[in-house]
Design a protein around this ligand. Structure first.
Ligand SMILES: CC(C)(COP(=O)(O)OP(=O)(O)OC[C@H]1O[C@@H](n2cnc3c(N)ncnc32)[C@H](O)[C@@H]1OP(=O)(O)O)[C@@H](O)C(=O)NCCC(=O)NCCSC(=O)C[C@H](O)C(=O)O
Length: 369
């Protein structure tokens, strides 16, 4: 006879819960082997609602991503998906297969937009290849896995976005350790920040405006007036405090099921002690602050992205920008290479990465008339 149990009785229920197996989600480090190819089944259709919610909540308030006239002015045939939403929409469907087990997103590089202006309504097909796997020498409970991921237009097969991502992934059977310093992430205090004043230049220069010419002129000043002992670097005023929308809603809207962002009970017993903001939300928020001080034309790509420490609900994300290079290579825009550092209310860096973007020229906009 089966079924004669009272699972609504607390004691009976807890005893049963202790004995049943958990039907697990996600993969452990041992499940990945170099060269494995994974097709991320769900795919995702880019929606106006999600794109606007992502852009609105991360302070990426660029009307080219919601107003048809502003989109046309930017050279798009129709309103496209916001590039940060597109990035998260390519990563979201990978999470169940790659990182749902609770692996921390360590970094990403070689992120490239192959098509500019991906229309809303496009259905993405997403696939990854395991690039490398290694056990972590400092944390034996974890492995480090790098994947190559690409998002393509499911209808045309056109490649839209690709990148290389690295996560720390829990091992199913960690070796017995000698109780060393970093046995598990649980032993680690969040990074307290670094002293960043060593080797700094004598002067920091700020661009006078938001156009390509302003960035190029500021870089020229570092040579002409300061003999090279200067850098173009500044902080942006805006901040954004992480709340339920940014921490949980935005990742879930892109199918990102990593428990760090929505399972507070599990996370209470983790190194952060709390939910953790999705890396792409932290980064996009900082980029929103940076873009509010520039006349962005298009995004080209990102490299050397690193997530240094956790961002938890209540933390505020700010941004610091260092301008590294400016090339006059277009009629309406020039290409600028930025280094952005997202930091929290304690001035601790939480993300850093380089970004290549096309920045509008004053001479070809109304502002120049
Ligand atoms: C995770 C951390 C606590 C690690 O701290 P720390 O020990 O200080 O870091 P290390 O720099 O020593 O790195 C540990 C090992 O990892 C390797 N590593 C680090 N970065 C890379 C990289 N980009 N590429 C390759 N390998 C990398 C180091 O070489 C070390 O290796 P080993 O010596 O063999 O052990 C800390 O970094 C931290 O707290 N980071 C923040 C993480 C975070 O908050 N990420 C964003 C939120 S989580 C998320 O978004 C999940 C997402 O949804 C998803 O699904 O991926």
């Amino acid at each position: 006879m089966t079924g004669d149990y009272d699972f609504s009785d607390g004691e009976t229920f807890r005893a049963a819960l202790d004995r049943v197996e958990t039907r697990e989600k996600g993969n452990c480090f041992e499940d990945f082997a170099e060269g494995d190819e994974l097709e991320h089944e769900p795919g995702l259709t880019l929606t106006r609602h999600a794109s606007e919610t992502w852009a609105g909540q991360t302070l990426n308030h660029d009307p080219a991503y919601w107003r048809p006239d502003a989109a046309r002015e930017r050279g798009f045939d129709e309103v496209p998906a916001h590039p940060d939403y597109l990035t998260a929409a390519v990563m979201g469907p990978t999470v169940e297969d790659l990182s749902e087990k609770g692996g921390y997103f360590l970094g990403r590089t070689n992120l490239r937009f192959h098509e500019h202006g991906v229309p809303l309504g496009t259905t993405l097909q997403v696939r990854s290849t395991v690039d490398s796997t290694a056990t972590s020498s400092s944390r034996p409970d974890y492995g480090i896995v790098t994947w190559q991921t690409e998002g393509v237009d499911a209808e045309t097969g056109e490649r839209l976005l690709s990148y290389e991502r690295t996560n720390m992934i829990p091992r199913r059977n960690p070796p017995a350790t000698d109780g060393g310093e970093h046995e598990s992430l649980d032993d680690v205090e969040p990074d307290g920040g670094e002293t960043m004043d060593l080797g700094l230049p004598g002067t920091f220069v700020e661009p006078e405006g938001e156009y390509f010419e302003d960035f190029a002129a500021a870089l020229a000043t570092t040579e002409d007036r300061h003999g090279g002992d200067a850098a173009v670097a500044y902080r942006h005023e805006r901040g954004r405090t992480m709340d339920a929308v940014t921490v949980s809603q935005l990742p879930l809207m892109t199918l990102n099921t990593a428990k760090q962002h929505h399972d507070a009970a599990v996370m209470a017993d983790s190194p952060s002690g709390d939910l953790v903001a999705y890396g792409d939300v932290t980064r996009s928020t900082a980029l929103g602050h940076a873009r509010s001080d520039e006349a962005t034309w298009r995004e080209v790509g990102f490299d050397d992205e690193r997530f240094h420490t956790f961002v938890t609900p209540g933390d505020t994300v700010y941004c610091f920008t260092h301008v590294r290079d400016a090339r006059d290579d277009g009629d309406r825009y020039g290409t600028v290479e930025f280094e952005h550092v997202a930091f929290n209310q304690d001035d601790t860096p939480v993300y850093s990465g380089t970004r290549t973007a096309q920045i509008q020229k004053r001479s070809t906009t109304n502002a120049g008339n």
